[in-house]
Design a protein around this ligand. Sequence first.
Ligand SMILES: O=CC(=O)O
Length: 327
Amino acid sequence: MEDDKPWALVSGAVEHGLYEDLTPIMKQHFQILCYKDFLQNPQLHGPKIQAVLLWDNIPPTDPSTLRSLPSLKVVANGGVGIDHLDVPYINSLGVKVTNTPGVVSDATADMAMGLLLASARKIVQGHQISVDPNTTNHKPQSLMGVEVTGSTMGIIGMGHIGCRIAQRGKGFDMKILYHNRNRRSVEDEQAVGATYCEKMDDLLKESDFVVLAVNLSPETTGLISTRELNLMKPTATLVNISRGRVVDQDALVKALQSETILAAALDVTYPEPLPRDHPLLGLPNVLITPHVGTDTLSTSRKIVQRMVENAVAVLKGQSIPNEVKPK
Ligand SMILES: O=CC(=O)O
């Protein structure tokens, strides 16, 4: 019965009707309250909310919002990255945090390869030239690309997503190097055909494509800065599908302007979106997409399904598929 279902506070995307396909999955288990309606009267609505279903980082989970949700038991994040959440603080309120690892890996790895290929083969520039009514030369020298097949890809961060990127790289006969906090087992390495670089510097020096697939943490903030960019080949491309802050963006702008590296392909920046006058937007050797690594309908369904399963498990006191514990 509808009335028996617990209440969940849901995001702007749902309230704008953007994800009609996804809302029924939430409604199977929850009565949903959109953030915009919550804001009309937080004192009235706050006490009934037991779960926050977080999509695109909305609703906010700042202390003042959380304080107006006294019955809250779980913040269920849709997606794997939880750098926008203060997990220890949320836990200190007796509220659990969950995320959705695993289900995002294939779509994100596809996006990494898409960015890599589009940047190497100048697909966006080619499209622009092809559709420009003023174009006279349809195949200018400037569209000459970089060969992906047989090149070397260095993956920094070999979790679920990194492994899926490596598998895809194998399909392009790439040599795959990886660097990770902990070395993977020999079986894992063989399964994805990747060679471990204990020193990240070695990977940076050798790779034609450096792909960032690490979580954002204090250790990985600014991981790629001037020193690291200087180690990369002048013919190399940086691909980032993790979080913008893993790269020192000012250093990246300089490296691209001075052609210290060839190009960058970024699904993530900081902030998102970049201000319209940001220097990265004016560079010819940059490809940027608006953080859409997981945005396929099938993956979005899986994310919402898992987000809901996590929230339901917390509320029912069952074993939680993906609880995030503070480090
Ligand atoms: O950015 C996407 C995610 O964190 O899953």
